[in-house]
Design a protein around this ligand. Sequence first.
Ligand code: KG4
Ligand code: ZN
Length: 338
Amino acid sequence: NPEVFILAIESSCDDTAAAVLDNDKVLSNVVANQLIHNQYGGVVPELASRAHQQNIVPVIDAALRKAKIKKEQLSAIAFTQGPGLMGSLLVGSSFAKSLALALQIPLIAVNHMQAHILAHFIDDEGKEKPTFPFLALTISGGHTQIVKVNDFFDMEIIGETTDDAVGEAFDKSAKILGLPYPGGPLVDKYAQLGNPKAFVFTKPKVPGLDFSFSGLKTAILYFVQKKKLENPNFVDENLNDICASIQYTIIEILMDKLKMAVKETGIKQIAIGGGVSANSGIRKTLKEAEQKYGWKTFIPKFEYTTDNAAMIGIVGYQKFLSKNFETSAVVSKARIQF
Ligand code: KG4
Ligand code: ZN
């Protein structure tokens, strides 16, 4: 293939990210985290848009510089169209449109959720890629989905959360335990030192392949309140065991539905994506499932699994090959399915 250089921009939530790809290889992948939200215990949309405006030019400059590519060499600009926070999306899309117009190169709109899934097709030093069809489990602070991926742009959501996302379940549980936001990585850290069977939290009963996590949060809240009446230091004294038990329950919920999805579709290739796929317990359980159930699992590199622009770039590359371009009238969409 002739060399295609794509500049990709991701600004759907609280991270401003830019990447440059040479065909399916990542030359640079830059992310500016907005730490400002931590003190509010969650993403504040107004602050996110403002930070994107401050970060976008330096982040894109850094991505081009690290890739050693001049903007005149770019073949196209890809940006996240949605889903996400409207004010955040607008910063990325307006910038992408302007730059594409100025350089007179094609503009490519990318669905953020498709990008989390197609991140597996980034050329990562010969790392094996899934083949179609496969199942994708997308787990992050904003999403929880099981997707049947028939082809690059032929995907069906076969299960999703009816309330909170998995990442929220981690973060809200952590908050109940008095841990700072985002608590997911801390729950993971303490869980590694605890007994996963120390405490039992009931799993929700949700029909089919859908998920529910809001009941778990309530169960943990009541459990902690009750235990604290008996012993005010209960959480501090049992933090590792509580975290291990919460994580165990969340993994069981995910695994139950994955097993059901494999049974229903007959597909045994499972690819995970989204920030929660960094969780060590989930990674370990999926690796074990290869032996236990004969599955083949795909876990991307950490930098391609949390919100990043390289994943937007790989979708941009696929769309470039099929000349799937947009006019400058394309609009951002806070909510889109595939
Ligand atoms: O994909 P992501 O970076 O952003 C979006 O939400 O789109 O995911 C962030 C989420 C947060 O809820 C965070 O707590 C969770 O991923 N997370 C983890 C771990 N690392 C990040 N949850 C559990 N264990 C982890 N190691
Ligand atoms: Zn995401």
